[in-house]
Design a protein around this ligand. Structure first.
Ligand code: ATP
Length: 226
C-alpha cells in the first residue's frame, strides 16, 4: 500500500500541490488526469523523491517510502548522448541480468550497440522504459508513458503495465488521453490546480468526460473567436 498524506509543494512562492492525499493498493493502477499545469508531474516527482518533500508524508507498506522501492519513467528523458544503449543500461543493472536485457531490447527494437545520440524520440522512451523495468521496483510511476511510442510499442506497454499490476506492483500513470486511462486504470484521480478534485472509481469511468466538460469554460470563448 502506498499512502500519500497531505502533500504540499511550492516552486518559490507558487503553490502547485496543495494538501494532496490518496492511497494506492498493491496491484492497483491509479491514473492521474488534469489539465496542463495542474501539477501532475510535480506530484509524481515528489512521490519519486526527485523534488524535496517539505510538507506531508509518503509511506509504502506503512513505513517511509525509500528511493529503493520506486522507479519512475519521466516525461522527458535525458541521456549522455555518446553512451550506447547497452552502456546506459549497465548503469542500472548487474552483469547477470545481461541476457534479460538482450531479450527485452530485441522485443522493443532497441539497438543496444548504437549511440543514444542517434535514437529517435520513441527509441529513447523505450530505452528509459527498459531501464525502469530492469530496476524492478514495487512502486512504478509512468508520467505520460505512451507519448512518442508507435502503435505496436503502445500496445506492448499497455500489456507490460497490466503484467506489472498482476505481479502486485503499485502503479501511478498519467495520460492526456482519457481512453488510455480508462482502458488500463482501476481508479482515476482528477487533479485540478494542485488539488484532488475527485477520485473516480471504475464504475464511474463512463461519466468522466461529461463531468470534465462541465468544468471547462473555454467553449463559449471559442464560439466567439471562430
Ligand atoms: N521547475 C519549475 N519551476 C517553477 N515552476 C514550475 C516548474 N515546473 C513546473 N512548474 C509550475 O508548476 C505548475 C505545475 O506544473 P506541472 O508540470 O507539474 O503540471 P502538469 O500537470 O504535469 O502539466 P502538463 O500536463 O502540461 O505536463 C505549473 O504552473 C508550472 O508552471
Amino acid at each position: 500500500m502506498l499512502n500519500i498524506n497531505h502533500l504540499s509543494f511550492s516552486y518559490e512562492e507558487n503553490l502547485v500541490i496543495e494538501n494532496v492525499s490518496f492511497e494506492v493498493k498493491n496491484g492497483e493502477i491509479l491514473g492521474i488526469l488534469g489539465l496542463n499545469g495542474a501539477g501532475k508531474s510535480t506530484l509524481l516527482n515528489l512521490v519519486a523523491g526527485f523534488l524535496p518533500l517539505a510538507h506531508g508524508t509518503i509511506q509504502f507498506q506503512y513505513a517511509p517510502l525509500s528511493q529503493q522501492s520506486i522507479a519512475m519513467l519521466e516525461t522527458h528523458n535525458y541521456f549522455y548522448p555518446h553512451l550506447t544503449a547497452q552502456e546506459y543500461l549497465h548503469i542500472f543493472i548487474k552483469k547477470e541480468k545481461l541476457v534479460d536485457i538482450q531479450a527485452w531490447a530485441a522485443m522493443l527494437d532497441i539497438p543496444l550497440n548504437q549511440e543514444i545520440e542517434n535514437f529517435s524520440t520513441g527509441m529513447k522512451k523505450k530505452l528509459a522504459l527498459l531501464s525502469i523495468l530492469i530496476l524492478d521496483r514495487p512502486v512504478m510511476i509512468f508520467d505520460e508513458p505512451f507519448n512518442g511510442l508507435d502503435l505496436e510499442s503502445s500496445f506492448l506497454l499497455k500489456e507490460i503495465i497490466l503484467k506489472l499490476k498482476a505481479k502486485g506492483k503499485i502503479i501511478l500513470l498519467t495520460s492526456h488521453v482519457l481512453e488510455t486511462l480508462t482502458g488500463i486504470c482501476d481508479r482515476i484521480l482528477w487533479l485540478k490546480r494542485g488539488n484532488v478534485e475527485r477520485i473516480f472509481e471504475h464504475d464511474s469511468f463512463g461519466n468522466i468526460e461529461k463531468i470534465l466538460k462541465e468544468d471547462w469554460t473555454k467553449l463559449d470563448t471559442l464560439h466567439h473567436l471562430l
